[in-house]
Design a protein around this ligand. Sequence first.
Ligand code: IPM
Ligand code: MN
Length: 387
Amino acid sequence: MKKLKVALVEGDGAAPEMMKVACDIMAEAAKLDDIKVIFEETPMGWCALEEFGDTLPQSSFKRAIEIDTIFFGGVGDPKFDDTIGIERPDMRPEAHCLLPIRKEMGLLLNFRPMFFFKELDFLANVKPETIPEQGVEQHWIRFLLEDSYFGNEDFINIIPEELRKTLGVKLKADVTGDEEQVMDLAYYRAATIKKYLRAAFTYARELNLPVISMDKANVMARYLFWRKITTRIGEEEFPDVPLVHQLIDSGNTMIFKPARLRGVIIGGNEHLDILSDGAAEALGSMGLMCSSAINPITGASMFESGAGTAPTLAGQDKANPIGRTLTGAMLLRHRRAVRGAKAIEFAVRLTLKDGYRTGDLFSAERDDPAKLVGTIGMGEKILKRLK
Ligand code: IPM
Ligand code: MN
């Protein structure tokens, strides 16, 4: 049996409960590919602060990067934000943990595939008649570096002190609220965009789908730059892949008419962060969303469900583990355990089709109360259908 080492971040809130389910299912599914998954805990988040003095302990950070495949449960909890977080805003784990990992590992592509099957259209928050017969296929690929997320940190040291003050370029930890002006530097580098685009176009070519590029080229310089480079790469290197430019504001409205949004959807870090959450909710629940962040050159990867940590459900066996479970399937596929990945996806679909629901998916008018299950129960139903 081959071994697959995975750095496991159980995380905060209800994330550890969901991760336990997802890891058990993953380990079982990987056996279909003759692979033994070995999880090594690399604690991060509020849960790590007491023991390690940091929500991103250096030991965890280094080890996770070394292992180079991270299964990330999710960090953050308002309970801590409103207490320790006030004294130590620098320790708020969402940005403090995720951004350094993304940067250090060069995780340039954030895959958020959203599939939707006609037979499950009652789970969607859009009208069922907007879901086409062949189902929905939206492969969101968010550009995960640079932009407004990294600008200030990347450039602050080369901006002279005086200019920094005039512009209001600051790190988040230094913002007091008394400034005259505060600025986020948002930037794209041609070399980085090209690397990203080549990976995204290749993916679209393999799937035989068009690329839908979301931008705001009518207003912003960096998006005009984006559009010009995208057009050029498309024409010169991928003439066989259809390319559609879509302004992001009208693109946003297409989320509610999913039949119009079929393809590989690309766009900048900040904007696609927002839009892809909306798309996930339109198609059902954030609890179903899965996500991975990949370095297309080295293969380094982090798998992180977009579903949040559900802190209000912590300890109650209520949170929906499906997003994490499907994210586990993405990890397996990335590491060539394709049979296991497919088995998980099939089992999840079947479990939902058979009527099992966690609270976030449950509707009293539609669903059988006997099939309302908790985190562990949902895991058991999925495991039973794994083959
Ligand atoms: C996400 C999250 C993160 C982001 C936050 C927590 C830093 O919203 O992964 O989508 O904005 O990228
Ligand atoms: Mn987000």
